[in-house]
Design a protein around this ligand. Structure first.
Ligand SMILES: C[S@@+](CC[C@H](N)C(=O)[O-])C[C@H]1O[C@@H](n2cnc3c(N)ncnc32)[C@H](O)[C@@H]1O
Length: 350
């Protein structure tokens, strides 16, 4: 995170003063206030899902800089977490990886990927695709500052279609696509992804956006021969979709970002718990990630007089169960279960 933040600060600020201040401590508030106003505005557009506003804002240099200062560390943390869910063995036959960062923004997916592949003996080629030119230019600079890699930037989908990709990152972008654009992407995705390729989709953990992602997941699995690496344990239709007030999301703790902390102090936001909605798909129908016995816990486990109440989501299983106090005594791990952890049904006698 430190390295990324210093690249962001050195790229975004023209003045030497904030760059020096960042090395020894915090950046003076006067350099951040302008960006914190933009961050607040952007955040309200995201919550209210004002697509048009967001898209027009992404043409402004100050806005893309503000996005990089605040959202890049947060999204880098989320996507690095998602990469950690992908076994490196899946790439062991490859010596060259083509990665497409679709709706790349400040190259968040490509930057996290360069970390993930760092110790594997592979050459990396990145294609950064975005409809905002200021974002593309910033993304290119940030990626170059972070890791020397072969990179093509484009806002033309026809350039993107010239290759097949081993990895496609589609991060916080679906929510900005119109239904028509999303349908087009759906038609493209199978063609763009090479066999044994991996598609990582991340979205903000907001109800409507996450539910749109859950529907996109079902549509992909219905038409194409993909498997799921995370977070589902089955390829059947999403069962959570039927309960209208639910949306699939997880949370991660432990973000350690000086920039995010400084902006949170000004804006009053709090990124202690980072929520996300995501799906990692693998273009290999024969791959079996885990057995059908596994479930994900989709509530905050609740201790009651009868025992521990868990809501489970897994194959043919979308229900509430209560783990008895006796079981909790026998198996100490059960007491430590957290929201979005996985569990083998055998462990709780289901
Ligand atoms: C919220 S930003 C996400 C940036 C980056 N992927 C991240 O997660 O940090 C969404 C990006 O998608 C881009 N975008 C929106 N609609 C697009 C489209 N139809 N084609 C390509 N990029 C698009 C925007 O310009 C913006 O940079």
């Amino acid at each position: 995170m430190e390295k990324l933040e210093s690249v962001i600060v050195n790229t975004v600020f023209r003045e030497d003063e904030p760059k020096k201040q960042f090395i020894s401590g915090d950046i003076a508030k006067k350099y951040l206030v302008k960006y914190s106003k933009i961050i607040k505005e952007l955040s309200s557009y995201y919550v209210e899902n004002k697509k048009d506003k967001i898209i027009s804002q992404m043409q402004e240099n100050d806005v893309v800089n503000a996005y990089a200062l605040y959202y890049l560390p947060i999204n880098f943390y989320k996507i690095s977490f998602l990469f950690s869910k992908i076994s490196k063995d899946l790439f062991k036959e490859k010596n060259h990886i083509n990665l497409l960062d679709y709706g790349c923004g400040p190259a968040t997916g490509a930057i996290a990927a360069s970390d993930y592949f760092k110790n594997l003996n592979v050459n990396l080629s990145f294609t950064l695709f975005d409809k905002s030119l200021p974002m593309l230019n910033l993304g290119k600079k940030l990626l170059k500052g972070y890791a020397e890699n072969d990179v093509l930037i484009t806002s033309n989908i026809n350039d993107v279609r010239k290759k097949k990709y081993d990895v496609i990152t589609l991060l916080n972008a679906i929510n900005e696509l119109t239904n028509e654009e999303l349908n087009k992407l759906f038609e493209d995705i199978n063609f763009l992804l090479d066999s044994n390729g991996i598609l990582i989709i991340l979205e903000p953990a907001l109800k409507d956006l996450a539910r749109r992602l859950m529907m996109f997941r079902d549509k992909i699995l219905e038409k194409y021969k993909f498997s799921i690496l995370y977070p589902c344990f089955h390829l059947d239709k999403c069962q959570m979709i039927n309960s209208e007030n639910d949306w699939c999301h997880g949370e991660i703790l432990g973000l350690n970002s000086k920039l995010v902390r400084q902006f949170d102090e000004i804006t009053g936001f709090n990124k202690h718990k980072i929520k996300y909605s995501s799906i990692i798909l693998y273009k290999n129908e024969n791959f079996k990630n885990v057995n059908d016995n596994f479930c994900r816990i989709v509530n905050i486990p609740k201790e009651t007089n009868r025992g521990l109440v868990l809501n489970l989501c897994g194959k043919d299983c979308f229900k509430e169960v209560t783990v008895s106090k006796n079981k909790l005594k026998e198996n100490k791990r059960l007491k430590k279960l957290k929201f979005f952890d996985e569990i083998n049904k055998d462990e709780i006698g289901e």
